[in-house]
Design a protein around this ligand. Sequence first.
Ligand SMILES: [Zn+2]
Length: 89
Amino acid sequence: MPYPLNQAQDCPGCGHKLTASSEPTPLPFGAPKAGDLTVCLYCAKVLEYYGQGCRLRAWDENWLRLRHEEQAALRQAIAAVVSVTGGRA
Ligand SMILES: [Zn+2]
């Protein structure tokens, strides 16, 4: 089941209501699915989509399961959020 775009979810890190997700590239890959990762734009916490309802939970921070280029992209996303927010929610 794809991400329920019409349903806000609370960030497990900071509690902000998250209402949407977007792709980091211009190519459309469709809605997030279970197992995909995202970064909260308020607190920079890495979140994982899980289950049939595609809910969000804190990621287990298992960097070793990611390919090198995925690790680099995730680190860039975290750094971009922190550069804007200063690391505070
Ligand atoms: Zn957050």
